[in-house]
Design a protein around this ligand. Structure first.
Ligand SMILES: *[C@@H]1O[C@H](CO)[C@@H](O)[C@H](O)[C@H]1NC(C)=O
Ligand SMILES: *[C@@H]1O[C@H](CO)[C@@H](O)[C@H](O)[C@H]1NC(C)=O
Ligand SMILES: [Zn+2]
Length: 988
């Protein structure tokens, strides 16, 4: 193979050929391999964090290099230049955010060159989402969205050759089963990663179990997916880092006293021989790269070229090692061809532990307010996407505003963003970015609502601080305020709505002018006391609303004197006859011990259970010199110094006894308080916690949990969700494949909880639902805990280089949030009612505020009818996919064996549909074209005579407007998600 001496020459050469050339990406572009040899697939790559120690832009432009030397634009510049020099060279690009930014800045000539590299399979996309998302703290809806975004971009620019077929999750700190399931549902052939419990990894290396077949779903057909654990993290082999950031020697092959070819080649051959002992096949994959490498890619490629040449030269002398440039998809292609069998994997890879004292379970909770903000971002994103489709917003500005929010949400899924493991300055930049994107998308929401209602000049403002009862719109007066409620859910939903108001007498009316019963209730004084909270509104107006997509309510102040229809009193004065306080609605009864102020029992769903709830503090170690045994809790790691301190001191309580809502306000200490709440007709208990500023004047970091203790005999078992979808069974001190190192018995039993955690015995089931990702555990039978907040004074020495000591207004950050409790009869499968609640909590009514003295109407003819959807079917996505294309994603969240079906025809016609087809989960590939590798599992019997594939798990829906309605029937098995594109006009 000849080397082209200069770039311009080569570009001219191939430009002459592009028109005629056929795309040869995919397996046709894979390198030749040799039988009876160890085939070493060198995979050049750079791990480019979408923000961590530096902001995304600092990483892209290469500024602030004193913090970390990294400049992604130069990486892409030089990699492309080097790839063009030799057709054997390969590179994988992972984070589409960075790629898209770079590509948009290139000349047409370079863009064409890049297209050619992609078409030839020399530049390959792996992963391909906007960022490499975390797997513990993300919600599946956001993950699907950011794959939709990244893969759509790649498809638009590169067509089929731009579509990745490999998940490349090399850095996230543990791996979820739902992520594997998402890859399978997108048609990926497999996924690779590099972090696994160190005991598990050691065992798998010994027993050749590094690569396996993950059964990624309990419910879905064809959900098995090949999963590979990398050997040496995602780094080049020790001594073979040829990057400008490394100190390893180059290959010196000239006539020089320093000539090191023999030594380097022998070292490399030794390394791959040792490595291959941990793998089953004659192929091994060796990543060549690390964080932000290839900034001067000539250095990397020049030395790899030499390494390849000299290692392969040894073959003539009998060496059995064959090395070449490759990609993960080519590596997996070879494994698939081999027809070997692989071990099974059914659970997930949490928690991740890197040594005896380092369970990476702190990041499940780190930066609790950012985790909540990102959930709000998703909630608003879904709301605006739906409104834009309903109102047919098609202007470029609207599309751009939504695209910006989509990109900001993609960035937020990054494994140093939503995880809370970035530096403080970077966290601020993420918040700024998401906030700006939300504000931009508010314009779309407003314009949509102006056309969807007859309030054509309504403001339709959002309030982002409702969690602390602050809303600029109602701050001075809530008189003649219209609240427009928008529900992203498919079905009509009934929820209580709370609006910050002054203490006045209000009347709420619906669109028909009917009065809606309401009441005004006091905001806890601890919330009012939050410094820098504007303190005009000290009450909340509460009313019950039923909404199918959109509904308007008008609030007016009544001139009559303040009503005194509610009681609010401190316990001990008004209730001192008895030492038990009973708080009940028609469905739930709570008892409180008035001597301690604590919860005693809960009765609901025909059951009664002793349930105590308390707050607790894990205290930290002081200092850290980077050694494992001295390690302290940090952004990543949770490592308490000894046991928990339960705050069992007497909590002051007061009781608000309203008609629609009953609240017990608990004052636990100067920086922890809580509202325990029941709404009439709602079958759950709400615990709204307020924690912070966490004091650190004793120089000790603290992690705050809420704990629920019952007598339910759970026998060490509990259940946590995987990214908000399927549940996984956990067993205290146990793992699926290995005996864990339980030196850290508390931290090592923590799991990510992004939606719910449950436990049960033969009779009762106790479930907690949360409002953001948190760490959770069941450390004793009958007991569940969630970590709410953390304030730490030392770094945990895993790279971020800062203590997670969040402050605001000069003091520790205050966080507020909710935990919901349901006590129910034990079930065999996860309870479907709980999932319904989870959807209602995640996608509750979004409130928009306008000034008006009459109540507006919704233009009902613009709202499609979703009443055909079965009760267990949720509208997971409803959005503009491209001009004239609408994406619809539906999910059956019922786990109980029932197949449901319904007809999409009414929706299709109401959207002026012309054609409809089904796609893979991400929305970018026709499902009929899905074909992905099926591998053989250990113990599954004889091996088939030829390689096998998975195709669409059912016959994909495909229809057009000339066809009968019966062609539009959609059937969903339990937990199935199906994705459709509706084309509104014929493609010209
Ligand atoms: C949406 O708006 C576009 C452009 O304004 C128009 O051509 C199209 O017919 C509208 N679609 C629907 C379904 O109303
Ligand atoms: C792996 O899973 C397959 C399919 O469920 C099963 O047939 C096989 O027995 C399992 N192998 C082992 C070793 O458990
Ligand atoms: Zn990373």
């Amino acid at each position: 193979m000849e080397y082209f001496s200069s770039l311009p020459v080569f570009i001219t050469l191939f430009l002459l050929n592009t028109a005629a050339s056929e795309a040869t990406c995919g397996f046709k572009a894979c390198p030749d391999t040799k039988q009876n040899m160890i085939n070493v697939h060198l995979v050049p790559h750079s791990h480019d964090d979408v923000g961590w120690l530096k902001t995304v832009d600092q990483y892209y432009y290469g500024s602030q290099n004193k913090i970390q030397h990294a400049g992604v634009q130069y990486i892409l510049d030089t990699v492309v230049e080097e790839l063009l020099k030799d057709s054997r060279r390969r590179f994988i690009q992972v984070e589409t955010f960075f790629f898209a930014k770079w590509y948009s800045e290139q000349t047409e000539t370079i863009q064409r060159a890049v297209k050619k590299l992609v078409a030839d399979g020399r530049l390959e996309f792996a992963g391909g989402a906007w960022s490499m998302n975390d797997e513990a703290t993300v919600n599946y809806q956001s993950v699907i969205d950011q794959f939709n975004l990244g893969l759509r971009y790649l498809k638009d620019i590169f067509g089929d050759c731009g579509r990745p077929s490999i998940g490349w999750q090399i850095d996230p700190f543990g791996h979820s089963r739902e992520m594997a399931s998402i890859f399978a549902q997108m048609g990926y052939n497999g996924e690779f990663f590099a972090r696994m419990d160190y005991v598990d990894k050691k065992k798998r290396m010994e027993e050749q179990g590094m690569e396996m077949i993950w059964q990624s779903s309990e419910y879905l057909k064809n959900s098995n997916i090949f999963t590979g654990m990398l050997y040496n993290h995602y780094s080049s082999p020790p001594g073979f880092c040829f990057d400008i950031n490394c100190q390893d020697a180059p290959i010196i092959d000239g006539e020089s006293y320093d000539n090191n070819v023999d030594k380097r080649v022998s070292d490399f051959i030794d390394y791959v021989k040792t490595m291959s002992k941990s793998f089953r096949s004659t192929h091994i994959m060796v990543p060549m790269g690390d964080d932000f490498q290839y900034e001067d890619a000539a250095v990397n490629f020049k030395n790899m070229d030499k390494l390849i040449k000299y290692v392969n030269d040894r073959q003539s002398g009998g060496s059995q090692v064959n090395v070449f440039y490759s990609t993960p998809s080519c590596y997996l292609y070879e494994l698939h061809q081999l027809q070997q069998t692989w071990p099974n994997k059914t659970e997930d890879f949490f928690p991740y532990s890197s040594d005896s004292h380092s369970y990476w379970t702190g990041y499940f909770t780190s930066r609790p307010t950012q985790k909540r903000f990102h959930r709000d971002g998703n909630h608003f994103f879904q709301t605006v996407k739906q409104l834009s489709v309903l109102a047919n917003l098609t202007s470029p500005q609207h599309a751009e505003d939504l695209e910006n929010l989509s990109q900001a949400m993609g960035i937020m899924q990054h494994h140093d963003a939503v995880t809370g493991t970035e530096k403080q300055a970077v966290a601020r930049d993420y918040d700024r970015m998401l906030y700006k994107a939300i504000v931009g998308a508010e314009n779309s929401a407003r314009d949509a609502l102006r056309s969807l209602t007859n309030l054509t000049s309504g403001q339709f403002e959002s309030c982002l601080e409702l969690n602390i009862s602050v809303c600029a719109f109602t701050q001075n007066s809530a008189n003649n305020v219209v609240v427009t409620l928008v529900s992203p859910l498919a079905h009509a939903s009934t929820q209580y709505v709370r609006i910050p108001v002054e203490n006045n007498n209000y009347i709420v009316t619906d669109e028909k002018g009917r009065e809606v019963p309401s009441e005004v209730i006091p905001v806890p004084w601890q919330v009012l006391a939050i410094e820098h909270r504007s303190n005009d509104t000290q009450h909340e107006l509460v009313f019950k609303a039923t909404v199918a997509k959109i509904a308007n309510f008008l609030i007016r102040v009544l001139p009559s004197p303040k009503s005194v229809d509610h009681e609010y009193f401190p316990i001990g004065k008004a209730m001192d006859e008895t030492d038990v306080l009973i708080v009940e609605n028609s469905l739930v009864k709570l008892t409180f011990d008035t001597t301690t102020g604590g919860l005693k029992t809960i009765s609901m769903n025909g059951l009664t259970e002793n349930i105590q709830q308390s707050f607790g503090i894990y205290k930290g170690f002081r200092g850290n010199n980077g050694e494992a045994k001295n390690r302290s809790s940090g952004a990543y790691v949770f490592r308490p110094n000894g046991g928990i301190e339960i705050l069992s001191n007497k909590a002051d309580i007061s009781f608000y006894n309203g008609t629609r809502v009953k609240e017990v306000h608990q004052h636990v200490n100067e920086w922890i308080s809580q509202v325990i709440r029941l709404y009439e007709g709602v079958n759950r208990v709400e615990f709204e916690w307020l924690v912070g500023p966490i004091p650190t004047n004793d120089e000790v970091g603290k992690e705050i949990i809420t704990r629920f203790s019952s007598n339910i005999s759970s026998k060490g078992r509990f259940y946590t969700d995987s990214n908000g979808r399927e549940m996984l069974e956990r067993e205290r001190n146990q793992r699926e494949h290995f005996d864990p190192d339980m030196s850290e018995a508390i931290s090592g039993n923590y799991y990510p909880v992004t939606g719910q955690i449950s436990l049960q015995d033969g009779e009762k089931r106790l479930t907690l639902l949360n409002d953001r990702a948190q760490g959770g555990a069941s450390l004793m039978d009958g007991e569940l805990e969630l970590m709410l907040h953390r304030r730490l004074l030392s770094d945990d020495a895993f790279g971020v280089g800062e203590a997670l000591n969040e402050t605001q207004y000069g003091t520790g950050l205050i966080a507020r949030g909710k935990v919901y409790l349901i006590l129910d009869v034990a079930t065999e499968k996860p309870n479907h009612a709980e999932r319904l609640v989870q959807h209602e909590l995640d996608q509750h009514f979004w409130k928009f505020f306008s000034k008006s003295n009459s109540v507006p109407h919704v233009n009902k003819d613009m709202i499609p009818d979703f009443t055909d959807f079965p009760r267990s079917v949720e509208l997971l996505s409803f959005e503009q996919y491209s001009k004239e294309q609408i994406l619809i994603r539906v999910e059956n969240f019922n786990t109980n064996g029932n197949v449901v079906s319904f007809n999409l025809y009414p929706l299709f016609t109401s959207l002026s549909g012309y054609q409809i087809w089904e796609t893979t989960l991400d929305g970018n590939m026709k499902l009929i074209d899905m074909k992905r590798f099926k591998f053989n599992q250990d113990g599954s019997g004889s091996i088939p005579s030829s390689v096998e594939y998975f195709y669409a798990p059912h016959s994909p829906l495909s229809a057009d407007s000339t066809m009968a309605a019966s062609e539009f029937v959609v059937t969903l098995v339990p937990m199935q998600i199906r994705t459709f594109i509706i084309l509104q006009k014929p493609i010209s």
